[in-house]
Design a binder for this molecule. Structure first.
Ligand code: AMP
Length: 192
């Protein structure tokens, strides 16, 4: 199954994707993780992305598409994948659509984790303490939430218009939310 997880920073995408990957037996592709690995490795791409990420801005569409194309060309994605953190704007959504059409593997479904803003801010503050991510400082968090509302929210409509969207309530225990996701994607799994 080819699935994209949508949701604001702090909505629980990463955590749920980790569980879903075991359940669906497909790789979890997080563009944030791919970028953090480049930063940690000190590659030219990582050096370019580091400051942009720290202040909560989006890294360029061209860099992301190149990285994603390379990742999706690997053999382990033949049976599907879970995409987390991409697409972040409409340009990325249509680039991804074109890429998947070219390889004859269209997206099966998009799941949006719905969590209200106040709770997102609370959750990210908790994560900042636990993980110490460079971009979990208050200023960067505000920027990331604003970018989500302006640029990423339209991506939800993009998949809705394609009839691929299911919205899942992202508030509750990890188990509750996971169960809701499984129920939401069950009809698509049966078809696929
Ligand atoms: P994430 O782990 O998904 O929250 O991503 C962390 C940061 O990596 C984001 O705030 C962006 O700076 C960058 N990033 C991740 N995915 C993308 C993307 N699809 N487009 C642009 N920048 C991205």
């Amino acid at each position: 199954m080819r699935l994209v997880l949508l949701g604001a920073p702090g909505s629980g995408k990463g955590t749920q994707a980790t569980r879903l990957k075991d359940y669906l037996q497909v790789p979890h592709i997080s563009t944030g993780d791919l970028l953090r690995a480049e930063v940690a490795a000190g590659s030219p791409l990582g050096l370019e992305a580091k400051a942009i990420m720290a202040r909560g801005d989006l890294v360029s569409d061209a860099i992301l598409l190149g990285m994603l194309e390379e990742r999706l060309s690997r053999a382990d994605t033949a049976g599907g994948f879970i995409l987390d953190g991409y697409p972040r704007n409409l340009a990325q959504a249509s680039a991804l659509g074109a890429l998947l059409a070219r390889i004859g593997q269209p997206m099966d479904c998009a799941v949006q984790l719905d969590v209200d803003n106040e709770l997102l801010v609370e959750r990210i503050a908790g994560r900042a303490k636990a993980e110490g991510r460079a971009d979990d400082n208050p200023e960067s968090v505000r920027k990331r939430l604003a970018i989500y509302a302006q640029q990423t929210a339209p991506v939800v409509d993009y998949y809705r218009q394609q009839g691929k969207l299911t919205v899942v309530d992202g508030v509750g225990t990890l188990d509750d939310v996971f169960k809701r996701i499984i129920e939401a994607i069950a009809p698509v799994r049966e078809v696929g």
